[in-house]
Design a protein around this ligand. Sequence first.
Ligand code: NAD
Length: 523
Amino acid sequence: MSAAKKKPARKKKPAAKKQKATRAKAKAKAPSAAATLAASLDLAGEAIIGGRPAAARSGKSFDTINPATGETLTQITRGDTADIDAAVAAARTAFEGPWSQTSPAERKRLMLRFASLIEANASELATIETLEGGKPIEDTANIDVVETINVIRWHAEAADKINDEITPTAPDVVSMVVREAIGVVGCVLPWNFPLMMAAWKLGPILATGNTCVLKPAEQTSLTTIRLAQLAVDAGIPDGVINVVPGFGPEAGEALGRHMDVDAVAFTGSTDTGRRFLHYSAESNLKRVLLECGGKNPFVVMHDADNLDAIADHLATSIYWNGGQNCSSNSRLIVHRSRKDELLALLMEKSREWVVGDPLDPATKIGAMISPDHLAKVLDNIDAGHSEGATCVLGGRQVMQASGGSFVEPTVFDNVAPGTQLATDEVFGPVLSVLEFDQPEDAIRLANDTPYGLAASVFTSDLRTAHLAARAINAGTVTVNTYGEGDVTTPFGGFGLSGFGGRDKSLHAHDQYTELKTVWIDLS
Ligand code: NAD
């Protein structure tokens, strides 16, 4: 179902005058390539269990909604305990059967084929991700899908390159420390980067020889289901990747409490993440890996270079993905002497962040994921007003006529530490501005949060950069840029931002393996 195969029908040229009028009309109305593809897609919403589509045992389904229009896209299998049981059984059979007989080199080959099939279906995946997630097509096509392919390939390449250990023991002993796949991994995923978060889990899970059951967020099931279909097409054995869509308290909790799941990898809010620790404690002590929220600081010291470039980073950090990004730097902590200039530049840059139809290539901020989530963002904006902060940009819901959930880029100056706006993870395009005089105050403000996912520091002084990177409590600290590193670097958080492990990098492989000591007496 690749977009590349679809060619528009050729039309006879109209007369010159008429042609001009036709073109003008076409310009106003012509759908983008993604919109054309979107109209032709056949969306599959059934679970994938043991390599095959499966309706819910209960017969139930739910609507998945386009957040940019409010329209129903299709129906999705509403999985619950019975479906999770079936998926875990399929994953166990695949783990003990074909997958355990597959060498690391063969796993690599199959994963590389999987990545190539994702690439061959990139336009379709990007369009579905945009339809269901409200994310701009330029992002899903050029970032989400590209990163998904890259992550699967990178972990595939690592599959046959990690050695085990022999420890230095006495001459009459051989002592080996070997890594073994942990078994069946449950993955409970968020809606903000459905493909990428699935890939961050799948890459190391498959490379280390595990099987899995994915539970996508109920808002965004479609691309996860499509990924599992492509894995089957790539020759990855049936049951290695299962997908059970559904709601958190039904399918998610069933996975968290399952007695035959060996580990659960969760990305989502801290409140839900905590539940998985309870589920594990109350079931089989499965390993729990949590990637949760953040309220990340963007610190601009008095000696920061190139405020124009910094304003670009700041705009990207707060507006990209509509701010629905765990590593968004939603707190600007700026030296008093640089604030006015930086905010003036930010106002200019903000104009480039066009809110619009996610299928339009000109759009940079798409829809908030749902009316409920939009209400939460607007509630934080209201809190900003009532707490005495100064709204210097935006602050309103927009495009109501679309039926979707849109909000404009918003900046609050004079945000007081400790207020709702300064502490809540808004998860929207809403920036809080706080100022400081002394560098130690900047660090204190940066750490004034129970979260610790990511931070950015801007300074032209090497010493200040190193000291700040050491002093800020966060899993990732970027200096003179905004970002998260790349697939080679671990990603995860301190404090309420995470627990138990890291996504990405070779460190992610550790969390999906058990260490076993084999002690052999040679005497
Ligand atoms: P969420 O916690 O509401 O949902 C995440 C997943 O948990 C969904 O699949 C949901 O169905 C499931 N779930 C909900 N309630 C459950 C329950 N009672 N038992 C079991 N499962 C349950 O989070 P969200 O709103 O989908 O995602 C946004 C959050 O994710 C933000 O806080 C964001 O910061 C975080 N996030 C973190 C990272 C990271 O890498 N640290 C990446 C992306 C998103």
